[in-house]
Design a protein around this ligand. Structure first.
Ligand code: PLP
Length: 373
């Protein structure tokens, strides 16, 4: 056997994630590994927490990054907050709402589903109706930015409804964090999870999470311990908390956390407001170009995510062939459709480092070429 080292080509990643990683983030990844209890490393983790609090716009002390991808952040929120028998209102308008339902059921909870069509945002009126019909519901769960369709839901309004009915909220912000405005404290979000590889443009494999004090109260007053030892936030925080003595829980992905730190430093330097504006500006140029090519958006204008542009594959065009030509001839990755939209839509991501005018032009030029021939 003589397998050689692996050298990937340099692609431009404009799909639903992972997004292009900033060069300085890749450099941070290759710095010397420290012990996971080394005081210098712990100091860096404290900074990651502060930077994440900025990214989430929260003062929540229980803010950290789960050592696993966004799906683990999702599990962390549900497994800590949903107790056996709890009724949870789950909004589903794409792939990820369906996964929330699975999570609730696997935790022994009862999911009350509120469905909206793929490509539509969550309808607050349906949520209000469900909350009224189920006064015993404990939690409202929804996806802020549905990556499978490119639809943005009104998180602020949905959280207000939950509070009015005395429910906690679990919000999926995997694609929304750093791409569109998000204010965890102002909106009163109780548990939120994201991913490192979307608008933060870090390498995949980490999931920023944050829990409000109300969420912490529910976690600490549980009747039974959290079923998952690895994701039990009360244990995780003994490793992530700055004040109490730090104890070994698991070996942190040390170098991956250097990378997250670097991507968050870049976010801090650019500022959230400028980052949101950059995503929006690039989206508008891309949208004009795509519409010029005759492509139609899946989502109506007011609900479109700047960082995830879903357009229908034109009649008579082979979806898979176009994407494979873009990949092989242009080193450009765009996403195909998921679920109901498989084979019928392309998902063009403008996430983090990928949201540049150069990329937008490159994507439009490449797509124009491929559609012509
Ligand atoms: C990507 C994504 C996830 C899952 O994240 P992974 O890092 O792939 O586990 C969850 N929710 C949404 C909305 C996503 O876009």
């Amino acid at each position: 056997m003589n397998i050689q080292s692996f050298y990937p080509p340099k692609r431009t990643l404009m799909g639903p994630g992972p997004s292009d990683v900033y060069p300085s983030v890749l450099q941070a990844l290759s710095r010397p590994t420290l012990g996971h209890l080394d005081p210098l490393f712990i100091g860096m983790m404290d900074e990651v927490k502060i930077l994440l609090q900025y990214a989430f716009q929260t003062a929540n002390p229980m803010t950290s990054a789960i050592s696993a991808p966004g799906s683990a952040g999702m599990e962390a929120c549900f497994t800590n907050l949903v107790e056996r028998g709890d009724k949870v209102i789950v909004c589903s308008n794409g792939v990820f709402g369906g996964r929330m339902q699975e999570n609730v059921e696997r935790c022994g909870g009862e999911a009350v589903m509120v469905y909206d069509d793929w490509g539509k945002p969550v309808d607050p009126q349906k949520v209000e109706d469900a909350l009224q019909q189920h006064p015993d519901a404990k939690i409202l769960a929804f996806v802020h930015a549905e990556t499978s369709t490119g639809a943005l839901s009104d998180a602020k309004t949905l959280c207000e409804l939950a509070q009015k009915h005395d429910c906690l909220t679990i919000v999926d912000a995997v694609t929304s964090l750093a791409g569109v405005p998000l204010y965890v404290d102002d909106w009163g979000i109780d548990a939120i999870y994201s991913g490192s590889q979307k608008c933060l443009s870090c390498v995949p494999g980490l999931s920023p999470v944050s829990f409000s004090n109300k969420a912490v109260d529910k976690i600490t007053s549980r009747g039974l311990r959290v079923q998952s030892w690895f994701l039990d936030q009360t244990l995780i925080m003994s490793y992530w908390s700055g004040t109490a003595k730090r104890s070994y829980h698991h070996t942190a992905p040390v170098n991956a956390l250097y990378a997250l730190h670097e991507s968050l430093v870049l976010l801090q330097n650019e500022t959230l407001e400028n980052t949101w504006k950059r995503h929006q500006d690039c989206h508008e140029i891309l949208r004009d170009g795509l519409e010029h090519l005759g492509l139609q958006y899946v989502v109506e204008k007011p609900y479109r995510l700047p960082q995830l542009n879903s357009v229908y594959v034109p009649e008579g065009i082979d979806d898979a062939q176009v994407r494979s030509r873009l990949l092989n001839e242009y080193n450009l990755e765009i996403g195909g459709g998921l679920g109901d939209l498989a084979g019928r839509a392309w998902r063009i991501g403008l996430m983090g480092a990928a949201a540049t005018k150069t990329n937008v032009e490159f994507c439009l030029d490449s797509l124009t070429d491929v559609l012509k021939t």
